[in-house]
Ligand binder design. Structure first.
Ligand SMILES: [Mn+2]
Length: 304
């Protein structure tokens, strides 16, 4: 059996994107817990390649500046791993890291075509500095990737619109503000809100999302905010919201998809070890990444 792409784990040590900066400790905590060893398997290497740290700041505008600076650094690390043929696994950190991650992926594939993105989250993350009262950048990465917001987040690599609205699907949203929903509706982004997930099941939603993000693209990836999960499975996140996705359903649906040759990067964000309960959230993060990335699960899924 051939060797699969190495998983290049990248710590996104950023908490400046949120009002509670505890997520800044998330990557190191998952690293100390043995994430790389957990993801390695006979035909798939997994190793930490870098920890990228945001400059600490207190005031809202300075925090946005810090996140912008951080995004450039994170993007360059992600892009280098893509160039080397590895699959970046970005481990957050608050969700503002997504601006850097997916800008790098989009730029790396820009000559060949568009990229698709599945965004699993309790929130829409579609604020701009104009619509956001808190100015917290972790509420902005979706808007930024679509080309709306502060130039420091929208225009990495000197161009914006990293993700086309038709190539983005958001699953699990249940806490958002009208301006975010209005922006996404005006752009035509497909959002599967939590009532739809409850009605159809996460698996059916994910299958549809996968088809959409693969349709008109050359590559796709997954950004998983742990707060999408029900707080029973993930109490230790930046901003928990009741009535989320059940871990078992997520594991079943995600299994093996990282072995799709068109899948090029994955991100897990918003782990806050300070709020975790008995390591439950860390275990959920391990299980999600493992289910998504495990080559042997891919083979089982294809055989089924
Ligand atoms: Mn998020």
């Amino acid at each position: 059996m051939k060797k699969h792409k190495t998983l290049a784990l990248i710590g996104a040590e950023v908490g400046e994107g949120a009002s509670d900066s505890g997520c800044k400790l998330g990557a190191q905590a998952l690293r100390d817990r043995g994430l790389a060893a957990h993801l390695a398997e006979p035909h798939r290497d997994a190793r930490w390649v870098d920890m990228v740290r945001a400059r600490p700041e207190d005031q809202p505008q300075a925090r946005l500046d810090s996140v912008e600076e951080f995004s450039v650094k994170l993007a360059s690390v992600v892009r280098r791993q893509l160039q080397q043929g590895a699959m970046p696994v970005v481990v957050g950190g608050d969700h503002s890291c997504a601006a850097g991650t997916w800008s790098a992926v989009a730029d790396a594939w820009r000559d060949k075509g568009d990229i698709g993105l599945i965004w699993i989250d309790a929130h829409l993350d579609a604020h701009t500095p104009e619509s956001s009262d808190s100015l917290a950048p972790h509420g902005m990465p979706v808007a930024a990737l679509l080309g709306h917001g502060s130039p420091g987040l929208t225009s990495l690599y000197g161009w914006k619109g990293k993700i086309k609205p038709g190539n983005l699907v958001i699953i699990g949203a249940r806490s958002y503000e009208p301006a975010e929903r209005a922006l996404l509706e005006s752009l035509g982004v497909r959002v599967m809100y939590m009532p739809e997930v409850d009605r159809r099941g996460f698996g059916a939603c994910f299958t549809e999302a996968l088809a959409l993000v693969r349709q008109r693209t050359v590559a796709w990836g997954l950004s998983f905010d742990l707060d999408a999960l029900d707080p029973a499975d993930a109490p230790g996140t930046g901003t928990p919201v009741e009535a989320g996705i059940a871990l078992v359903e997520a594991l079943q649906a995600l299994r093996g998809h990282a072995a799709d040759p068109a899948c090029v990067a994955v991100e897990v964000t918003e782990y806050n070890p300070l709020h975790d309960v008995d390591g439950r959230t860390a275990e959920s993060a391990f299980a999600l990444l493992s289910a998504f990335a495990r080559v042997e699960l891919r083979e089982q899924a294809l055989a089924a």
